[in-house]
Design a protein around this ligand. Structure first.
Ligand SMILES: *Cc1c(COP(=O)(O)O)cnc(C)c1O
Length: 375
């Protein structure tokens, strides 16, 4: 078979979300027009909130608040709502999204201590303990679970254990891990977990969520409000008590998310993680054969994303444009890695055949790249 004829039947998204979704998820988008303050939406909202809570490893003592907005909205809602006045945050920064958590706190004038570890550097949980012991003011630790800028999976459980030992809380950005990486409100001791519909949960873009304990949500009522439309207690009260969202929701995205969550629960987080891991292993082995260099130690790598250095002499633009023509979207790296690196997601309905096709086309591209091209 000539490589020119090998082309997937659909565009394969290897950007880390939105992902190629199951046809049943897409079909759900065309559900009926409904009013979000009538019983049909209340039932849908209750079911979605319950399913999200279960995916996050919560039980009857936990709840979810679903927001219309991207993953950043959920992270921002948690940070801006949970930190009491006069207290501050300890931010673990080992990539782009850790820094974003810091920048959100900064935008709200929340005092913060930034632990700038360097991209792809493993966290020392004892250091978290020492920092917390040294500053009474810090009430929350902010940490990213899967740092999508490098593909690194951070040890949230160890960091949460340190936080709780010092009687503090953790806010976790699990946007690119929830649904595929093992992580639980109960098992990992997470106080606030922010996630979104369109990454490992394989829903459509437009929805995100914050999960926490019911007691934690209730406690927010006593705190002064920093924001309005991202005020977590406002959303909790509306969704929990009134059974309706505070503001107009993205109804079609809810239809799709409901179906996507059903599929995720049927498959199970462990099985989905194993499916992504098989794709990632296949992809990584192929990349190494083609002269790409993988980032991070094997144990630190998340299943849903692979970051790699391009072979010398091959530019990102060459790979991007060539693979676009072949039906694949590859993703650039950010900031310090922007030069000479790329990122490839293994989320969504991608198959082993898609990965094989990708590697075959990439191999042809690398072989035909003009020598002497700089990266
Ligand atoms: C994708 C992502 C986000 C949120 O991005 P949005 O564009 O707001 O959906 C936040 N944190 C991490 C780790 C992510 O991967």
């Amino acid at each position: 078979m000539s490589t020119e004829t090998v082309r997937p039947p659909r565009q394969i998204l290897m950007n880390p979300g939105p992902v190629n979704a199951d046809e049943r998820v897409r079909a759900a988008l065309t559900g009926p027009d409904i009013c979000h303050r009538e019983v049909e939406f209340t039932e849908l909202l209750d079911r979605v909130r319950d399913r999200v809570t279960r995916i996050c490893g919560g039980d009857d003592d936990h709840a979810a608040v679903v927001l219309t907005g991207s993953g950043t909205a959920a992270v921002e809602a948690a940070i801006s709502s949970a930190v009491p006045p006069g207290r501050g945050v300890l931010v673990v920064d080992n990539g782009h999204y850790g820094r974003r958590m810091h920048d959100i706190a900064q935008a709200y004038g929340i005092p913060r201590r930034l632990l700038e570890l360097g991209w792809g550097t493993r966290i020392d949980p004892d250091m978290i303990g020492r920092e917390l012991a040294a500053d009474e003011r810090l009430s929350h630790v902010l940490i990213v679970h899967h740092e999508t800028s490098t593909g690194m999976r951070n040890d949230v459980r160890a960091v949460a254990a340190q936080a709780h030992r010092h009687d503090r809380q953790v806010i976790v950005d699990a946007v690119s891990s929830v649904g595929a990486e093992p992580l639980g409100l109960r098992t990992d001791g997470i106080d606030w977990l922010a996630g979104s519909a369109n990454k490992c949960l394989e829903g459509m873009p437009g929805l995100s969520f914050v999960c926490g304990s019911r007691a934690g949500f209730a406690d927010l009522e006593t705190l002064p409000r920093r924001g309005y439309s991202l005020d977590l207690h406002r959303h909790y009260a509306a969704q929990e008590t009134a059974g309706a969202p505070a503001f107009t929701p993205a109804v079609p995205a809810f239809y799709a998310f409901d179906v996507a969550l059903g599929l995720a629960l049927d498959e199970g987080v462990a099985a989905r993680g194993a499916r992504y891991a098989r794709l990632a292993e296949r992809l990584r082995a192929g990349l190494v054969r083609l002269g790409f260099r993988l980032l991070l130690d094997r144990d630190d790598r998340a299943v849903s994303l692979t970051a790699a250095a391009l072979p010398v002499g091959i530019s990102f633009a060459t790979v991007h444009d060539g693979m676009r023509r072949a039906g694949f979207v590859v993703y650039p790296a950010q900031e310090s890695l922007a030069d000479g690196h790329l990122r490839l997601s293994t989320m969504g309905t991608m198959t082993a055949a898609d990965v094989d096709c990708f590697l075959e086309r990439l191999g042809a591209l690398v072989a035909s790249a003009p020598t002497g091209e700089t990266r």
